[in-house]
Design a protein around this ligand. Structure first.
Ligand SMILES: *Cc1c(COP(=O)(O)O)cnc(C)c1O
Length: 367
């Protein structure tokens, strides 16, 4: 399956982004096996971290996934029709004011405050389920301890929310040496004692690798499905993304000639360079300028020179014999020589940000 299917679409694209659907499914299966007998959800927010939720949710369902997490109601609505009725989609950002009536069947709000619990209890027309999120230290979303106590002291309200899961989120699970995760685990246990009888969910990708104490009834991996190594403890995650970009132009410049905006690179010798058809508008970071980033031709690293522009950047191809490259050739930006995590390290960010930044001008192929 490809985004536009026609050969001219491929030929005209400045880059080709290949997404391994089977690898996403394999990563999900390996995590599901690791956390069993707990269940594993799939977090497909932000359009499956930029890779495209629509092509991924049905293969994940067919592999056994029944629980899908997004941030916004609109994201849930985009793929709800693709899933059978026994799948549930959870909206993490909570019940925004005035939206209760808009929740269709099989879409559950995550209730993040007492006010949201009340609003849902009033609007849910009897039987619609929900999830309760408690804050265990991150101070982002969820009921604080006082609100948990208030909810616990109002059994009528609790039952009227239709809560079928209690969840929280770990702030430091990717740093196993910090005491924070243990403290959050204890706080989650206390919240579950206050609001007993509900299945629990605490771990995202990194939390899964902290061990079975963190798995409860449902785990919520996102990044690890998409090939990001989120934690030093992570194992068995296969990379999913391959990005090739085209050589838009080849040229040779003399010593003393400058390259790119701001003339931040000046050649000290005769240099052959390739201008590549991708830039920061495509998620290829401006911080990749001047040697911070590279493309690969086979095993040969081709360092960036000059600044990354919005739509292009240049690499030094002097290491390749003259005539090796032609305009229209594809060079590797993400693939066997340079993972998403390598790219992230090179620009001082995390793989999550690299993936979600990848732009929409690439021709996408789902395999
Ligand atoms: C994004 C998110 C996840 C998934 O996190 P990963 O680190 O990508 O696995 C799980 N739970 C919540 C509440 C999230 O916001």
């Amino acid at each position: 399956m490809s985004a536009s299917g026609n050969v001219s679409g491929v030929a005209a694209a400045g880059g080709i982004l290949t997404i391994g659907v089977e690898t996403v499914v394999a990563n999900w299966k390996s995590l599901a096996a690791r956390v069993a007998p707990a269940r594993s959800a799939a977090v497909v927010k932000a359009d499956a971290y930029g890779l495209g939720a629509v092509p991924l949710v049905r293969p994940l369902y067919d592999a056994g996934c029944r629980d899908f997490f997004v941030i916004a109601l609109s994201e849930a609505e985009a793929f709800r029709p693709l899933l059978p009725s026994d799948a549930a989609i959870y909206v993490l950002n909570g019940l925004l004011p005035g939206t209760a009536a808009a929740y269709g069947d099989g879409i559950l709000p995550v209730l993040n405050s007492l006010a949201q619990c009340r609003a849902w209890a009033e609007a849910r027309r009897g039987s619609r389920p929900s999830v309760i999120q408690v804050d265990t230290g991150m101070s982002r979303l969820g009921l604080d301890v006082a609100e948990q106590q208030a909810l616990a002291s109002d059994p009528g309200l609790l039952s009227a929310t239709g809560a079928r899961l209690i969840m929280s989120h770990l702030a430091c699970a990717d740093e196993p040496d910090k005491p924070a995760s243990g403290e959050q685990l204890a706080a989650f246990g206390a919240a579950r004692e206050r609001l007993p009888g509900l299945p629990g969910s605490l771990a995202a990708s990194s939390g899964i690798f902290l061990g079975a104490d963190y798995h409860f009834d449902l785990c919520r991996p996102g990044a690890s499905l998409y090939g990001i190594e989120t934690s030093p403890l992570a194992t068995g995650i296969k990379s999913v993304v391959d990005l090739r970009v085209r050589v838009a132009q080849l040229r040779e410049i003399e010593a003393g000639t400058s390259v790119g905006y701001g003339y931040t690179f000046r050649a000290s010798r005769t240099t052959r360079l390739a201008t590549l058809a991708t830039g920061y508008a495509d998620g290829w970071w401006r911080r990749f300028s001047n040697g911070a980033g590279a493309a690969y031709f086979g095993d040969t690293r081709l360092p960036s020179i000059g600044r990354v522009s919005m739509d292009s950047f240049s690499v030094d191809v002097s290491a390749l014999p003259a005539g090796t490259l032609a305009e229209g050739d594809l060079l590797e930006l993400i693939g066997p020589h340079q993972s998403v995590d390598d790219v992230a390290r090179a620009v001082g960010t995390i793989g999550y940000e690299v993936l979600t930044a990848l732009g929409h001008r690439y021709h996408r192929i789902y395999r």
